[in-house]
Design a protein around this ligand. Structure first.
Ligand SMILES: *Cc1c(COP(=O)(O)O)cnc(C)c1O
Length: 356
C-alpha cells in the first residue's frame, strides 16, 4: 500500500470550467493554457477533458510534441515562441503556431526553408516589459513577417501585467490600439483574469490558464466564488498519529507552536516534499473528515501537524483534505504567502495521482 497522500484530478470539473470560459467569452476562440505540465495536473492526464477547446497553448516543444503524439490535431501555440533557430524544423513538422517577440526570430524565419508557412503570434509589449516589440515597432515587424514565404497567418498578441485590477487594462489597451491600429489582423490578449473581468478585451482568442483548473487569478478565491468554477485538483491524506499536549508543550521543528492548554493534535502524512508549502504558518486551514481546522507547528518534509480540537472524533486513518473543494488552494496559498499557481505546479512527483 502506498503512503496515504494522494492527489485527485476531477475530469468533470475541467470540462465544466471550460464551458464556463466559453460562456464568459462567447465570441472568442479559446487557447487552453496547459504549460507547466498543465499547471501540475499532468498534460497527458488532462488534455482529453479539454478536447472541446480550440487550441492548446504550451511553453516548450516537448509539451507540443507530446500533444501531437497523444493525437491532438488542432492548433498548438508556443507562448514564448522558439528558443533556438533549429526549433523551426519541429515547428514546421508538428504544425505549431509560434509567438515571435524578437528580431532574431524574424531573421530565423527569413532564412528558413519550411514545408508550409508557419502561423505567427506577433508579441507586443503592453507594459509588462518582459517579451515583445514596442507598439511603435509592431507595424514594421508585421510588414517584415508578412513578406516572408515561411510565414502564414499573423495574430497580434500581448500579455497583461495587472488584469486582476479594474484599472489594469487602461494603459495596456492604449498600447495595443497603438500597435494594431493599422493592422486588420486578429488579436489575443486575455489571460484568466482578463477573461473573467474585462470582456471588452476578449478579442479573437482568449488564453485562460488558472481558471480552467478552478483557482483564482487574483489569489483570492472569493473573487471567483460566484463564477461556478470548480477546483480540479484535490490533495488528500490521512492522520497517521496523534499526541495529547499539556499546556506549554511544543510541536515540531523549532517548537513553532506551543500549546496554551491541554490539546489533542494529529500528524498528517504530507509535507513539503509532497508539494505542501513549507511556509504555511500556524492557522493555515485544513479539513478533517469534513471539519475545518488548522495547521500548527512547522511543516516538515514528510509530515505536518494539525489541531484536533474542533474534531474530537478524528483518529488514525481520518481523511484530511489539504486543498480541494472544502479548503480552497487559494486559501492555503494566501496563508503561505504565495499563489495557487505555484502550489499546483509544485505538486511533487512522489504524490500518486488519480483521475476521477
Ligand atoms: C501563462 C499564460 C497565460 C495564462 O495565464 P493565467 O493567468 O493562468 O490565465 C496566458 N498567456 C500567456 C502568454 C501566458 O504565459
Amino acid at each position: 500500500m502506498p503512503r496515504p497522500v494522494l492527489a485527485t484530478i476531477d475530469q468533470q470539473a475541467l470540462q465544466h470550467n471550460l464551458t464556463i470560459v466559453r460562456k464568459t467569452a462567447p465570441n472568442s476562440r479559446v487557447w487552453s493554457v496547459v504549460k507547466a505540465n498543465a499547471y501540475g495536473h499532468g498534460l497527458t492526464r488532462v488534455w482529453k477533458s479539454l478536447e472541446q477547446t480550440d487550441g492548446f497553448a504550451v511553453l516548450n516543444m516537448e509539451e507540443a510534441i507530446l500533444l501531437r503524439d497523444l493525437g491532438w490535431q488542432k492548433p498548438i501555440l508556443l507562448l514564448e515562441g522558439f528558443f533556438h533557430t533549429a526549433d523551426l524544423t519541429l515547428i514546421d513538422r508538428y504544425r505549431l503556431t509560434t509567438s515571435v517577440h524578437s528580431n532574431w526570430q524574424i531573421k530565423a524565419l527569413e532564412e528558413a526553408h519550411l514545408c508550409s508557412p508557419v502561423n505567427i503570434y506577433l508579441k507586443v509589449n503592453s507594459g509588462i516589459n518582459r517579451l515583445g516589440f514596442s507598439p511603435e515597432q509592431a507595424y514594421t515587424m508585421y510588414q517584415k513577417l508578412h513578406s516572408l514565404p515561411s510565414v502564414g497567418d499573423i495574430t497580434l498578441m500581448s500579455h497583461l501585467a495587472d488584469a486582476e485590477n479594474p484599472k489594469g487594462l487602461i494603459e495596456p489597451l492604449q498600447r495595443i490600439e497603438r500597435a494594431g491600429k493599422a493592422l486588420a489582423i486578429p488579436r489575443s490578449l486575455s489571460n484568466s483574469a482578463c477573461t473573467l473581468w474585462h470582456p471588452e478585451a476578449h478579442y479573437n482568442w482568449v488564453r485562460p490558464g488558472i481558471i480552467l483548473y478552478g483557482a483564482s487569478p487574483s489569489g483570492d478565491w472569493k473573487n471567483i466564488a460566484n463564477t461556478g468554477l470548480k477546483p480540479v485538483m484535490t490533495l488528500v491524506s490521512e492522520i497517521i498519529g496523534n499526541q495529547q499536549l499539556a499546556p506549554g508543550d511544543g510541536v515540531g521543528y523549532g517548537y513553532r507552536y506551543r500549546a496554551q492548554h491541554a490539546q489533542r493534535i494529529g500528524v498528517v502524512a504530507c509535507g513539503y516534499a509532497d508539494g505542501y508549502p513549507r511556509h504555511a504558518p500556524n492557522g493555515t486551514p485544513v479539513c478533517i473528515d469534513g471539519v475545518r481546522t488548522q495547521v500548527i507547528g512547522a511543516i516538515s518534509m514528510d509530515m505536518m501537524t494539525v489541531d484536533l480540537t474542533p474534531c474530537p472524533h478524528a483518529r488514525i486513518g481520518s481523511k484530511v483534505e489539504l486543498w480541494g473543494t472544502q479548503v480552497k488552494i487559494d486559501e492555503v496559498a494566501k496563508a503561505a504567502g504565495t499563489v495557487g499557481y505555484e502550489l499546483m505546479c509544485a505538486l511533487a512527483p512522489r504524490v500518486p495521482v488519480t483521475l476521477i
